[in-house]
Design a protein around this ligand. Structure first.
Ligand SMILES: Cc1cc2nc3c(=O)[nH]c(=O)nc-3n(C[C@H](O)[C@H](O)[C@H](O)COP(=O)(O)OP(=O)(O)OC[C@H]3O[C@@H](n4cnc5c(N)ncnc54)[C@H](O)[C@@H]3O)c2cc1C
Length: 343
């Protein structure tokens, strides 16, 4: 088997820089190699895990007794589909932000609000990446997947992907049989960028930019992110550790009665998305909290960081402490945004 290694240290493949060994590790550069890797998994009767950039992942200190399949399928094709739109077909192993930069350089609108998100193209539809008022589902046309039960590739249209807030079919029991091979999105020419998100519109108001270009939006988003999020060259992190809970209007109102300043957003269908960061900062006072080698990032409480030498055990203990505090004070059960491997 090409590109097969044994006992590979996974911490070097995750942005948290935490985690033990994978029993087997296979890098794949094409759908054909992916098929061979899945055949290897079946032959060994072991569990498998699909790895992109490891930026939404916490790996156990004990590692993973199975096969890690690292997706390195590259290639980007641009196709004019109308006077106003361009289709971009991207290999799952392409770096997401590199593709965003290329689309912005072509003055195409659609990806710019998703600037600066680490990781690969293939993982983007898995959690329906989102930031600053955009999600990948807004531009997605179809996903080419490898079906590990039928051992063939197939196309899933956007309506087949069951996209939700940080959610998709790929996270469900049924959808876990799919491995993303390529993603196709449609971007707009000469379109007005979406600057409706509060932080983005405030940035342009402050800088007196009335009609920002897609390039201006990318630069603004990158600047806003730099101020809020840790530098991956300095800290280990997987970004937001928890999701923002979506609650009914009734639960929201009782929370608001207890905490009048609670920050929330409209989540549609009469529901509210509550800011977990606000709860962690204002009720639980976790900002900057440090335990051993890990802690809560001082500029954004949703983000847990490894200061160096941190372990998955320390992260899990800290996360449990945070969940308990939120539950005790608000009744809300936080759920993890980060994917866990080997626990
Ligand atoms: C500093 C920082 C900031 C971040 N900001 C954001 C943000 O603003 N918005 C946001 O949405 N996310 C954010 N994230 C989270 C993360 O970047 C995204 O979830 C990203 O899409 C993960 O990509 P990855 O390639 O690193 O995936 P990985 O971490 O390697 O994998 C994540 C999940 O996707 C699965 N997967 C990966 N590739 C494939 C594939 N080809 N086929 C099927 N399944 C696959 C994995 O099995 C796993 O379940 C941030 C992370 C960091 C570290």
């Amino acid at each position: 088997m090409k590109n097969l290694s044994l006992e590979v240290l996974l911490s070097q493949y995750t942005t948290f820089r935490i985690g033990g060994n994978a029993k087997y590790f296979i890098s794949v550069e094409s759908a054909e190699q992916l098929k061979e890797a899945v055949l290897f998994v079946q032959e060994k009767s072991l569990p498998f895990f699909v790895l992109g950039g490891g930026s939404n992942l916490l790996v156990s200190d004990d590692g993973f007794f199975g096969v890690v399949i690292k997706i390195n399928i590259v290639g980007i094709e641009w196709k004019n589909v109308s006077d106003s739109s361009v289709e971009v077909l991207m290999g799952a192993g392409e770096n997401w932000d590199d593709v965003v930069a290329l689309s912005v350089a072509r003055d195409l609108a659609g990806f710019e609000n998703l600037s600066g998100i680490p990781g690969t193209v293939g993982a983007a539809p898995v959690q329906n990446i989102g930031a600053y008022g955009s999600e990948i589902k807004d531009t997605l046309s179809f996903v080419e997947v490898f079906d590990t039960t039928k051992m063939t590739t197939k196309i899933l249209r956007v309506e087949d992907c069951a996209f939700g807030y940080r959610d998709s079919v790929f996270k469900t029991g049924e959808g876990k049989k799919y491995i993303v091979v390529r993603v196709c999105c449609v971007l707009q020419k000469n379109a007005k960028p979406n600057i409706s998100y509060k932080d983005v519109s405030a940035f342009f108001a402050k800088n007196n930019i009335a009609q920002p270009s897609v390039r201006d939006v990318r630069n603004a988003v990158l600047e806003i992110r730099r101020a809020k999020l840790p530098d991956l060259n300095v800290y280990g992190t997987a970004g937001s550790f928890f999701k923002n809970p979506v609650v009914s209007q009734e639960i929201f109102l009782s929370l608001k009665e207890k905490f009048p300043l609670v920050v929330s957003f409209d989540a549609g269908e009469g529901q509210r998305k509550i800011s977990t960061a606000w709860i962690l900062d204002n009720i639980c006072k976790f900002k900057g909290h440090r335990v051993g080698g890990v802690g809560v990032y001082q500029n954004q409480s949703l983000v847990l960081v490894n200061f160096g030498g941190g372990t998955s055990k320390e992260i899990i203990n800290l996360a449990s402490e945070m969940k308990e505090c939120v539950k005790k004070n608000t009744g809300i059960d936080l759920t993890e945004e980060v994917v866990m491997l080997g626990f």
